[in-house]
Design a protein around this ligand. Structure first.
Ligand code: SAM
Ligand code: DTB
Ligand code: SF4
Length: 339
């Protein structure tokens, strides 16, 4: 059973929760979102929810402007962790070949191509529980060199300690991606080799080092609407909420424990985007993994619901992404503008 209050985790906690609003009221920067309030948003009639998400979006962003980030897996497979969705966990028999850390020059070739293609941010992902010293030094060099190309940088390397976060900040890293992934009381059904608190601790260290936080989650892992509300609550109650919120739709990968799970009603995915937009009005909400399996019409609904960022380019980490040409045709058809 999902609880009706947000997790009491240290990072998300605030001193004095606001009293329950009579209606589902707009939040101020100081309001704590209760899971029940967020569930009530999910329960709104679809058109009312979308209307409200549009209103919120237009109050904080220029409608139709979409940021593009390109992903690169710089270290693929062989991960010690057991995240149930992930193709890169060594213990899942996914047939994925383990690769060592990509050399700097190869990373830069991908980054130059991303820049030429119009992406504004380059995100480098590594299948680590946490980075070892030698690896971190190499990634720091990558961050410095990618920045010189005029791209924003993001890395996702697993858990960090404070010193590692500070060194990444000193290298000029713009964003660190570390997802909370699902609701607090669903987390240990998905991952057992680390805890949600471990992830919140890393996010806190990233924040303290002055790096922008990119944190979101995955929907479609059997969490239900209450689980999606729990996911959004912990993100929205961070102080401040993450600057970037990737909402991933599970990409079922053969050989992972979650490959054969239930399929998500696509409108519930759109609802999740809309609720993220309403509860985190100033954050970039990224329509992330799973776009390749979405129709143009479904993606248009996600933009309508307040998504204003995408992963752009033919690959995510180990799976495919929508063709860049298709994306640009869709942007043109919808009058969306890249920023
Ligand atoms: N090891 C690092 C970590 O766990 O933070 C970085 C890489 S990990 C692959 C980054 C994120 O990708 C995960 O937190 C998860 O949200 C997302 N992800 C991984 N596999 C996915 C899948 N099959 N479908 C959707 N999202 C996925
Ligand atoms: C995020 O939230 N989604 C990206 C990025 N952050 C690192 C990863 C999606 C991975 C999808 C499955 C794969 O390609 O392996
Ligand atoms: Fe490893 Fe990250 Fe995949 Fe978990 S999500 S198995 S930590 S690469």
């Amino acid at each position: 059973m999902m609880t009706t209050s947000a997790s009491p985790v240290r990072f998300a906690a605030r001193p004095a929760p606001e009293p329950a609003p009579a209606a589902i009221s707009p939040v101020s920067a100081q309001t704590r979102w209760r899971v029940a309030d967020i569930e009530a948003l999910f329960a709104l009639p679809f058109l009312d929810l979308l209307f409200r998400a549009q209103e919120t979006h237009r109050a904080h962003f220029k409608a139709g402007e979409v940021q593009r980030s390109t992903l690169l897996s710089i270290k693929t497979g062989g991960c010690s962790e057991d995240c149930g969705y992930c193709s890169q966990a060594a213990r899942h028999h996914t047939g994925l070949e383990r690769e060592s850390l990509m050399p700097l020059e190869e990373v830069l070739e991908h980054a130059r191509a991303a820049k030429a293609g119009g992406s504004s941010r380059f995100c480098m992902g590594a299948a680590w529980r946490s980075p070892k010293e030698k690896d971190l030094a190499a990634v720091i060099e990558m961050v410095r060199e990618v920045k010189k190309l005029g791209l924003e940088t993001c890395v996702t390397l697993g858990m960090l300690d404070g010193e590692q976060a500070r060194r990444l900040a000193d290298a000029g890293l713009d964003y660190y991606n570390h997802n909370v992934d699902t609701a607090p009381d669903y987390y240990n059904k998905i991952v057992t080799t680390h805890t949600l608190q471990d992830r919140l601790d890393t996010i806190e260290k990233v924040r303290d080092a002055g790096i922008n936080v990119c944190s979101g989650g995955i929907v479609g892992m059997g969490e239900g609407q209450a689980g999606r509300a729990g996911l959004i609550a912990q993100l929205a109650n961070m102080t401040p909420p993450p600057e970037s919120v990737p909402i991933n739709k599970l990409v079922p990968f053969p050989g992972t424990p979650l490959a054969e799970g239930e399929t998500l009603d696509p409108f519930d995915f759109v609802r999740t985007i809309a609720v993220a937009r309403i509860t985190m009005p100033k954050s970039f909400v990224r329509l992330s993994a799973g776009r390749e399996q979405m129709s143009d019409e479904l993606q248009a609904l996600c933009f309508m619901a307040g998504a204003n960022s995408i992963f752009y380019g033919e690959r995510l980490l180990t799976t495919g992404n929508t063709d860049a040409g298709n994306d640009m045709r869709l942007f043109a058809r919808l009058g969306l503008v890249s920023i």
